[in-house]
Ligand binder design. Sequence first.
Ligand SMILES: O=P(O)(O)OC[C@@]1(O)O[C@H](CO)[C@@H](O)[C@@H]1O
Length: 414
Amino acid sequence: MAEKTAHSTDDGVGSGPRPAPEQSAQVTLSNEPGSFAWSVLAERHPALIQQVRDAFPYGPDQHEALDALLDANNNGVIEPLAPSEPDHEQWSAWGREFFGRSWFDAPFLWAESYFYRRLLGATGYFGTGPWRGVDPFAPFKRAELRGTAVDEELRALDALADVPADERATALLHASVWGNRADLGFRVTKGDAAPGTAADDLAADDSPLLWQLLPAGAGATVAVVADNAGRELIPDLILIDHLLRDRHAERIVLHVKPYPYYVSDAMTADVADCLRRLVKAPGEAGRIGSRLWDAMATGRLEVRAHPFFCAPLPYEEMPGDLRAEFAAATVTILKGDLNYRRLVGDRTWHATTPFADRTAYFPGAVAVLRTLKSDVVVGLEQKTLDALERSGAAWRTSGTQALIQVRGETGPPR
Ligand SMILES: O=P(O)(O)OC[C@@]1(O)O[C@H](CO)[C@@H](O)[C@@H]1O
């Protein structure tokens, strides 16, 4: 087995700026048995291959490719994409340093991202045959959206329609945060069929600063970087409607993934499915759906699917066009655990490392709405950290804790 961790000044995944030495921390790898990252590769990935295999009547080619991926994930080394693949060159550059290593010895963020790319390849998603463009996770996403839990969540909106605006705003913001628990990745392996009981309080809450950045009528543009489809995207869309309706934003750009990723991540098709679900719902949910449908038609709400969202890279290495887009936004709101890992860096930061320091490179104000589902966290107060540690619970990874963190001041010169 190779070294347990790589050092932060040389993670080999791109050429972007590196953190200052005094802020360095080790890149998270997956080669420590029993660690969260190890369990994702050793347990979640094989279970996911099986789920995908069971969900579609694939032919022998797909079964063979899935067998090969399972074997490589469990026992093999990382190999480049075939030269015939359209993104072969891109991934060759991203993976140069990791090809020939065990999957467990590559950075966790990189290995997971490449796993999803290979899984799609195995199902024929990027091929020229009949499975081209067929989302292997679509059956799980659709089942979730059809479920009665969504009916109940949408019915609850009727009671919110008449409460004072600030209370409604808080409720909708929290619904979007906790919506991040509804991650189908949690349900891939036995034993984590559903996340545990949610904490009453947020582990960090900078929401006053978020609202300060978005005073009504100031003509703001907000970028929302989505995470999961279905039960997460619905509350995200409802929050977007609130921001537009109460004029906290004039325009919102919703960034989604260009291809299926991390089981349930949202793509344009999932936005359309959620909007249809809302529009057809009775009561307030249906009215929200109609307003959002109109906002799409007039361009006040726009969907984008930049390729960087499926790249195995931290946001620190984002390309210039995306940097310019975030810089032009009044605030960028990032949803979920993976976006958080990419924002602050998937490393063993001390949990009290200031959030503002870790995000100082980000172009413009940035906010995160996240439940904790992996080891990395920054920006906690010492007393919060002490209490969480005393609890003895798996608070970093169980999805029971959540946070809203915001850096308001503008980032470095652009
Ligand atoms: O980004 P999301 O959907 O909130 O979470 C993604 C996630 O489920 O995937 C990884 C494990 O596969 C973890 O980082 C995290 O728990």
